[in-house]
Design a protein around this ligand. Structure first.
Ligand code: WT7
Length: 635
């Protein structure tokens, strides 16, 4: 029996049991049947969480790009691999077939080689969401160079830190980028960053906005003339299973960013297998993930997972609000998108706009809706389900992390019955545990604790670049022999998981542990509320009390704020209990967010603590302007 494509709940349980009873045999079977290997492994799995050391498919040789591209050429050569939708809807979409992708990746790979890039070298990619981004990622993988993609919204300082941390030799960028009605001078940011990066000796620049830019002689070159001269045949470098494929930095909330290192074989097997099942991808489907390739979601589920499966993966350059808030739905209609994968923050922003903008479009092609990045609150879940899915497309609430490489806990659509705000069941091969504060595992159902994983899975990060000790300290030292996720979760009466949020966000009020996520959920139920965030602040009697930052929907009508405050606390009382009522509610024009859409609670916490002398690093904020506004109106 092939376990590659799961179609029924009974089958899920059966395959799951098999995958945990004998993980080695299980993954070996998956790896054998669905991938192209230059040499098979000697050892499926070797591991020791105390070091920590994890090796999958040791001894195997492969090139992931042969799995993403070459092996599809005979059967899918003229199928669209990458469907590029530009920022401006009037600009034509670009269909890049597998044949074309093959040529373009090979050409790019030859350019990298001609510029002196070799196996093991680090190449930093700082590009907007244009085809060159995906192509350059694959070109690096083709020749065994380690790519380090830095999201093109990061500042010069953030870019320089990342380049230097992994000693990148080369930088790939563009003359600028489009973002809605704006253009961004990417190259200026690059020039500023590179003043602090002596190790970068070559910069290749692709044209996107055709701006006049500064080119540093001896360092910067236009990409296109180099591509024009390059051959479109490039033998794939044969790589070992555990060679690094890429480094990706996690938006560290404190300290230096962590360069998570992912390796070849396990990452390939796991991202492919999860993609196939969690999106139930069928031949000729059009799959769209709205993330940026600068994040792990884009690496695993725009580039690698879909291409390994021979899918058509849509890349969107723009933003959900341009030319108006109907753009996502316009794209779904235009390209008949079948699987749509986005973040709760986007869903809430769109829900705020009202249903008319959705109703205008034909969304009947949709079969699966995905959510990722943060807990999806109940109101957003229902809005997504009712207005986008028309109660007809299952929502897959996928829990995972940069560190996990692939989706860990998620429903399988049409297989696992969904439940709002629940990521539901562990994916095949994943063994989650919930731990109590004393380090003991909480067995059975209806328990709540800290989420750990007790057994290795193929796509886990192997180390932090240049700092294995930090990797051990951060993930393997809190609980013995467990990978600690940093998240809290509960397991309900049927074994479904609900991620309750980062455990560092737990607030203890009068001796009660309160998760911020469920309280925020409750607040967001209020019809006037758009978004909210809760933090703790010191309270003489309760220890900590709750401070809520609440953004109201822009409905044009004025509201009695005191009334809304009362109503919010009423809803909280009803949903969680009077213990969770907020002591302070501040109405804000927005919440400070990282560029990946996460609320930066550290700042909100400081403001609530009246400790604003040093807000720490705010360089990764998307909307730094709201911080001053929140400080000025703090309670
Ligand atoms: C953290 C990881 C995984 C790709 C994007 C984020 C939170 C992620 C969910 C979800 C609740 C979620 C967790 C996790 N998170 N997905 N479906 N439900 N929380 O990657 O930046 O590494 O963040 O995002 O807190 O630990 P990341």
């Amino acid at each position: 029996m092939s376990n590659y494509h799961i179609k029924h709940l009974e089958e899920y349980y059966q395959v799951y049991r098999k995958s945990v009873r004998n993980p080695g045999a299980f993954w070996e079977e998956i790896a054998e049947e669905h991938f192209l290997w230059r040499k098979k492994w000697d050892n499926v799995l070797q591991w020791d969480f105390s070091k920590p050391e994890v090796k999958w498919f040791e001894g195997a040789q492969l090139n992931i790009t042969e799995n993403c591209i070459d092996r599809h050429l005979t059967t899918r050569g003229n199928k669209t691999a990458i469907l590029f939708e530009p920022n401006n809807p009037k600009e034509l979409a670009e269909h890049i077939t597998y044949n074309q992708l093959h040529k373009r990746v090979n050409q790019f790979a030859n350019v990298l080689k001609a510029q002196g890039i070799k196996k093991g070298d680090r190449v930093c990619i700082y590009l907007p969401m244009i085809p060159e981004l995906a192509i350059s990622v694959l070109a690096c993988a083709r020749i065994g160079a380690i790519h380090s993609v830095v999201f093109a919204g990061f500042s010069a300082t953030a870019l320089a830190t990342r380049i230097n941390d992994s000693d990148c030799k080369m930088l790939l960028t563009s003359d600028g980028s489009y973002r809605g009605a704006k253009t961004i001078d990417l190259k200026d940011i690059v020039d500023e960053a590179l003043e602090h990066c002596p190790g970068v000796t070559r910069v290749l620049v692709t044209k996107r906005i055709h701006a006049t830019i500064n080119m540093v002689s001896g360092r910067d070159q236009w990409l296109q003339p180099l591509l024009d001269k390059a051959s479109n045949i490039c033998e794939a470098e044969i790589m070992n299973a555990e060679d690094p494929l890429f480094i990706l930095y996690t938006s560290g909330s404190t300290g230096k960013p962590k360069g998570m290192v992912h390796t070849m074989a396990g990452y390939m097997v796991y991202t492919a297998y999860t993609f196939k099942n969690i999106f139930q991808y069928r031949e000729n489907d059009v799959y769209w993930c709205t993330a940026d390739i600068g994040w792990i979601t884009g690496h695993s589920y725009i580039v690698y997972g879909p291409l390994i499966n021979g899918a058509t993966t849509l890349m969107f350059e723009g933003v959900p609000s341009y030319p108006d808030y109907g753009r996502f739905w316009d794209i779904v209609q235009k390209h008949k998108v079948n699987q749509f994968y986005t973040a709760p923050t986007a869903i809430r922003a769109l829900a705020k706009q009202g249903a008319e903008l959705v109703e205008k479009y034909d969304l009947s092609s949709l079969k699966v809706l995905g959510s990722v990045g943060e807990p999806i609150n109940e109101e957003a879940w229902h809005w997504y389900n009712d207005n986008v899915g028309k109660k007809n497309s299952p929502i897959v609430d996928t829990w995972w992390q940069t560190e996990t490489g692939g989706i860990m806990i998620s429903p399988i659509p049409y297989v696992t019955p969904t439940k709002p705000t629940y990521a539901t069941l562990p994916f095949i091969g994943i063994q989650p545990t919930l731990m109590d504060s004393h380090g003991a595992e909480l067995k059975g159902n209806q328990v709540e604790g800290r989420l750990c994983i007790k057994f290795p899975w193929p796509s886990m990060a192997r180390t932090i670049w240049g700092n294995h000790q930090r990797y051990k300290d951060t993930y393997f030292s809190t609980y013995k022999n467990q990978y600690f996720t940093g998240d809290g979760a509960l397991r309900d009466e049927v074994g479904y998981y609900r991620i309750t949020g980062r455990v560092d966000d737990v607030i203890i009020v009068s001796g009660h542990n309160l998760g911020t996520a469920p309280i925020e959920d409750a607040i967001n139920e209020h019809p006037a509320v758009s978004e909210s965030a809760i933090v703790g602040f010191p309270h003489t009697i309760k220890g900590s009390a709750l401070y809520g930052y609440v953004t109201l929907k822009d409905t044009g009508e004025s509201r009695d704020q005191d009334n809304v405050r009362k109503e919010i606390n009423q809803i909280i009382s009803e949903h969680i209990g009077p213990i969770a009522k907020l002591d302070k509610i501040q109405f804000t024009s927005g919440l400070p967010k990282t560029r990946s859409g996460k609320i930066m609670r550290r700042i909100l916490r400081k403001i609530a603590h009246k400790d604003t002398s040093n807000l720490g690093d705010t360089s990764t904020l998307l909307n730094p302007e709201v911080v001053q506004d929140i400080m000025d109106n703090a309670l």
